[in-house]
Write a protein that binds this ligand. Structure first.
Ligand code: DQA
Length: 137
């Protein structure tokens, strides 16, 4: 089984960025824990701050990956183009958020991605990614 995790804008700063909201673990550290825990699953990782690069990656992986875990960061709330990319591909896409976006500002309550994703995991900290992997397995 192969799963691709895509992190969008500002998520390269996990561990440093707003630790009260996003915790103090870097994604690289968390990823190696995930890869050890799910050693029979091939877990690839891609991060970009650019909308177009995220779309290109969804196109590239979305016909062969068994699942894509997508934390599109703030693009979740703005990007029709990423939603269209998710609709265009065959692989199931799970939307993930570290924070509980529904507890936060109103503008974070709307997602262009939720209607086209298989499901949504939000609010469990970094564990949201693990729960998304479990759902795909
Ligand atoms: C986020 C929530 C988004 O609203 C925010 O813009 C992010 C991170 C999360 O993982 O909680 O960048 O997707």
């Amino acid at each position: 089984m192969n799963i691709l995790i895509i992190n969008g804008p500002n998520l390269n700063l996990l561990g440093v960025r707003e630790p009260d909201t996003y915790g103090n673990q870097s994604f690289d550290d968390y990823l190696s824990i995930l890869q050890k825990k799910y050693s029979s699953v091939k877990i690839d990782y891609f991060q970009s701050n650019s909308e177009g690069e995220i779309i290109d990656k969804i196109h590239k992986a979305g016909f062969s990956a068994d699942g894509i875990i997508l934390n599109a960061g703030a693009y979740t709330h703005t990007s029709v183009a990423i939603a269209d990319a998710v609709s265009a591909v065959k692989s199931p896409v799970v939307e993930v958020h570290i924070s509980n976006v529904f507890k936060r500002e109103e503008f974070r309550h709307h997602s262009f991605l939720s209607p086209v994703c298989k499901g949504v995991v939000a609010g469990f900290g970094m564990d949201s990614y693990r729960l998304a992997i479990e759902s795909l397995i």
